[in-house]
Design a binder for this molecule. Structure first.
Ligand code: PMT
Length: 397
């Protein structure tokens, strides 16, 4: 996968290496990338926005509160536009801001607003690079899957010699290819369920759960980025359907079951990420239930198990289930994998409020018959990439 035709958002921060930014833009454009540039206020002291506009062919942004920019491409659109957010050079100060999630200027805000990979090419004095604070920030950012290109060692602008030089523009441009999602699902058709289901009680009430759909939608986007054709069967969510993904909205478990069964025969991979209601009211009353009695008893009947039905087909696709558990995670996940005849299961500890239902991040323990791996806490988009990479490794040739 190359950066040809990809959208690279280049953030330039205020260090002496910023003078190399126009050359970096030229190198990226030469590899076929579309490049837009954002400068921090201090970068303006080192490099001319006009030069960057000339080489990128687009206006350069430097202000979060820019009325003209918001009317054209505001910060959220810019964050969504980017396939990669590259920060080069990245100063020690900017790394510290990134570590703490500050959003006090356009570039730091974009870092929070993007779901795309963030890549940084640090540049600073060697002593600043080795400072405990910077090394701590480096470790935190790497844990969040932020990729570091460099720094290189050598003579520095201040006369010191050591680690801290920004990598050469050509090396940065070449390295970006590795960061782009690999097309490991090229030619595969992936069916994904996402979100909650709603089980009607009467015309105005239903039972449901806290699934937001974020994990399933992130998987759909990741599968698309990795080359697959994607069908997303989604329960009710507030999310925008992912671009270039066929999204089929459903409400109840019965509808989700019907839609999955109608689609699955042509699919290579089935991922059951939806939080499907295990039970539904035995009857949906025609009129709104009145509060005449002190107690109300509802009878529930079991819903079809979509994942199990798919895995028990005569010619099933590769099946990846999720297991949302609050205790005995390993034991319950493994027994679900065996009972439902799955190829793989991703266990979610939903007792941890930082992850799982309706959070931006997740962490998973993934099991398959011959192995297991822990995927550390990360943005759901990045985690989806890692999970689908594991799936692709398990697919039969
Ligand atoms: O949507 P988010 O807010 O981003 O939250 C993500 C998530 C926590 C919902 C997701 O990561 C997750 O764990 N999804 C599975 C939730 C679940 O219902 O788990 P379960 O252990 O009850 O079900 C096991 C598996 O069987 C799941 O793959 C489920 O989709 C599937 N299932 C369950 C019941 C049913 N009737 N049909 C099914 O297909």
């Amino acid at each position: 996968m190359s950066i040809n035709k990809k959208n690279i958002l280049l953030g330039v921060t205020g260090g002496i290496a910023a003078y190399k930014a126009p050359d970096l833009v030229r190198k990226l454009v030469a590899l076929g990338a579309n490049v837009r540039v954002v400068l921090t206020k201090s970068a303006l002291e080192f490099v001319s926005p006009l030069a960057l506009q000339a080489v990128s062919g687009h206006p350069v942004s430097d202000d979060l509160l820019d009325k003209d920019a918001e009317a054209a491409m505001g910060h959220i659109e810019l964050a969504k536009w980017a396939d990669i957010l590259l920060i080069a050079p990245a100063t020690a100060n900017f790394l510290a801001k990134l570590t703490h999630g500050l959003a006090d200027d356009l570039l730091s805000t974009l870092c929070l607003a993007t779901a795309s990979p963030i890549v940084v090419a640090p540049a600073m004095n060697q002593q600043m690079w080795h400072a405990l604070a910077t090394q701590h920030n480096l470790a935190v950012l790497q844990q969040r899957n932020i990729r570091f290109l460099g720094p290189a060692a050598g003579e520095q602008a201040c006369g010191d010699v050591g680690l801290g030089r920004m990598l050469e523009p050509q090396d940065i441009a070449n390295s970006l290819d590795e960061v782009m999602p690999q097309q490991v699902l090229q030619g595969k058709k992936v069916l994904i369920t996402a979100g909650p289901t709603q089980e009607a009680i009467d015309p105005v009430r239903y039972i449901s759960n806290h699934s937001s759909g974020k994990m399933g939608y992130a998987l759909a986007k990741a599968a698309k980025a990795m080359g697959a054709e994607v069908i997303l069967v989604s329960g009710p969510t507030n999310l925008k359907p992912p671009a270039n993904v066929t999204t089929l909205p459903v409400t109840s478990a019965a509808q989700m079951h019907q839609q999955v069964m109608a689609q699955v025969s042509t699919c290579d991979i089935f991922i059951a990420c939806a939080a499907v209601a295990d039970y539904r009211p035995a009857q949906i009353t025609q009129q709104k239930i009145k509060k005449n009695d002190q107690e109300l008893t509802l009878t529930f009947v079991k819903n079809p198990d979509i994942l199990s039905d798919v895995a028990h087909l005569q010619h099933p696709p590769f099946t990846l289930g999720f297991a949302a558990e609050t205790q005995n995670i390993r034991e319950y996940a493994l027994s679900k994998m065996t009972r439902k005849k799955l190829n793989m299961i991703a266990a979610n500890d939903v007792s941890d409020s930082r992850i799982g239902f309706n959070s931006e991040q997740n962490a998973l323990t993934v099991f398959w018959p011959e192995g297991e791996v822990n995927l550390a806490i990360a943005d759901k988009q990045q985690l989806s990439m890692q999970l689908l990479q594991l799936v692709s490794e398990q697919l039969k040739p």
